[in-house]
Design a protein around this ligand. Structure first.
Ligand SMILES: [Zn+2]
Length: 266
């Protein structure tokens, strides 16, 4: 019964998100499947965290659209999420919900889920708000100044946004936590989210596939064609390590850090 209700609610949210342009058609289908599993198998606590991520990150993607379009080409083309992006952000969560339902619902799986949601939320917040920084970013690996929107570039604004994104997920997670564990769990989730977002930046600066647009003379994550229509050539990174793989790795790191630290501290 709860599973049916979960899929029903996920379908309502996904169709609404598709109607307002936050999801593409394939993204809508992927969101019904992942959201249905998370809502249906995890219940209210899991649903709350997924919605916290989905609503806050979709809202931030749409905020300051004009400024972002001027500041970085990365944002010049819509904020619709396709199925790859949905699975990159929510696929691990759906797998954790499945594991949670099939076992004796151990708490560490729920903490891992909270950590993975904190990580993808932290990453989205830092990407969407970091680009508004007045000071250009520095590459996380070398400290060299890079152009706005460059993968692996970090700013103070973006880092504070990452903390905020992780903290929001942590705050909603502790609503379902007994009092003596409140502070520990909040800190574990914030830490996991922040480390996940940092890991995302490190991957962006090292192994992520980055391309070159010969027409615009600039780096881009876009392949095979740039936003200007010109074909792009690979510049560095591993070909299969695209933005979706980076986001999935970010969610995995968040889940591992949260569950690991939680199991050690408890
Ligand atoms: Zn171009």
């Amino acid at each position: 019964m709860q599973i049916l209700l979960g899929f029903f609610l996920a379908a309502i949210v996904a169709v609404l998100a598709w109607r307002v342009g936050a999801l593409s058609r394939s993204g809508m289908v992927a969101a019904i499947v992942t959201g249905g599993l998370i809502f249906g198998l995890g219940g209210l606590p899991w649903a709350t965290l997924l919605l916290t991520f989905f609503i806050s990150s979709s809202a931030l993607s749409r905020a300051y659209k004009k400024q972002k379009a001027i500041l970085a080409e990365k944002f010049s083309k819509g904020s619709q999420r396709d199925w790859g992006q949905v699975l990159a952000n929510g696929g691990l969560g759906a797998a954790l919900a499945l594991a949670y339902a099939l076992t004796r619902q151990p708490e560490w799986l729920w903490v891992a889920f909270a950590g993975s949601m904190a990580a993808v939320n932290a990453d989205t917040w830092s990407t969407e708000l970091g680009v508004l920084s007045l000071i250009p970013p520095r590459l996380i690996t070398s400290g060299k100044r890079v152009e706005r929107g460059t993968s692996g570039g970090i700013t103070l604004t973006g880092s504070m946004a990452a903390l905020g994104g992780a903290a929001l997920v942590g705050f909603f997670a502790i609503l379902f936590t007994p009092a003596p564990e409140l502070l520990t769990k909040l800190l574990v989730i914030i830490l996991a989210g922040f480390v996940g977002a940092l890991f995302d930046s490190i991957l962006g600066a090292t192994v992520q596939a980055i391309y070159w647009c010969p027409k615009c003379n600039k780096e881009t994550e876009r392949h095979p064609v740039h936003t200007c229509g010109s074909p792009t050539n690979q510049l560095r990174g591993l070909k299969w390590f695209n933005n979706d793989v980076v986001n999935f790795a970010c969610s995995l790191m968040g889940g591992l850090v949260a569950a690991g630290v939680w199991l050690i501290l408890r």
